[in-house]
Design a protein around this ligand. Structure first.
Ligand code: PAF
Length: 279
């Protein structure tokens, strides 16, 4: 991969990478579209990263459909699919880990303590292997996006970090590779997440600015919904993900995570814009 990346760079081509764990859906494919707006060559990486799954999580059952994914990525314009094995990424003797201390705390980091170190580590390795000028991440995994931005800045990696909006089905459910675990009933129940987030945004747009009040509305709405077990529902600063005490000043983001049956889903909505790509 590094040799190919060197060749591309020598040819003066701008490289974008879209890191994924496969099971590609339209949301991932929209990241390839964004990558091709920002660069000449799009590389899609497919690697189900064992280091970002907890002991009781779905590593073994995570959908793997590499051939199909590569065909989808190529049809969408990606020139290269990079699919390393776990042995290539973490050979015997491997011992290095990248940790972004503050951004990893709270939200998903509270119930998935090892997750973000796993993400930071693999993203560092994928950026090194692909030598990408720009990397594109979806805004559904918003904490991940903020973490990667922080990491790239802190380690002076020099890669531009771009993002693309959440891709939703007609019923509002954010696309996720894990949606395929949902039964028909659970899928309907899961749509409450987006409705609850939209309700908070409408309140915000009507002038309600107290973070704790809006958060309370979100919590109640999800707790009362049949079939959902709330993990968190919080309002945070959109830039840093720091908690907001009282009035919302700058752009904020409402983030939720809940279990529907055995499937853990996350979603978010931006309040006041500004969470998109930074220059
Ligand atoms: O968002 C994902 O699919 C993964 O966390 C990523 C960024 C590919 C790292 O494994």
């Amino acid at each position: 991969m590094r040799q190919r990346a060197d060749e591309l760079r020598r040819e003066g081509r701008r490289i974008a990478v879209v890191p994924t764990m496969g099971a590609l859906h339209e949301g991932h494919l929209s990241l390839i579209d964004r990558a091709l707006e920002l660069a000449d060559v799009a590389i899609v990486t497919i690697f189900v990263n064992p280091k970002q799954f907890g002991p009781n999580e779905d590593l073994a059952s995570y959908p793997r459909r590499e051939e199909n994914d590569l065909a989808l990525a190529s049809a969408r314009g990606a020139a290269i699919g990079y699919c390393p094995s776990a042995e290539m990424m973490y050979p015997s003797g491997y011992q290095t880990q990248v940790e972004v201390t503050e951004v990893s705390k709270g939200l998903c980091g509270a119930s998935r303590p090892e997750h973000f170190a796993g993400v930071a580590t693999i993203v560092t390795k994928l950026l090194a292997a692909t030598k990408a000028h720009v990397a594109v991440f979806g805004r559904k995994d918003y904490q991940q996006l903020v973490l990667v931005r922080r990491m790239v800045a802190d380690l002076d990696l020099g890669t531009e970090i771009a993002s693309a909006p959440i891709f939703r089905d007609d019923d509002g459910l954010a696309l996720s590779s894990r949606n395929r675990y949902l039964s028909a009933d659970e899928r309907v129940q899961a749509t409450v997440l987006y409705r609850a987030l939209r309700d908070v945004r409408e309140r915000f747009e009507r002038g309600q600015r107290n973070a704790q009040d809006l958060e309370a509305k979100l919590v109640v709405r999800i707790r009362e919904a049949p079939g959902l077990e709330l993990d968190y529902a919080e309002l945070r600063s959109a830039d840093s993900l720091e908690p907001i005490d009282g009035e919302i000043g700058d752009a904020a983001i409402a983030l939720v995570a809940a279990r529907v049956g055995t499937t853990r889903l996350i979603d978010n909505i931006e309040l006041g814009g500004a969470a998109g790509d930074k220059p």
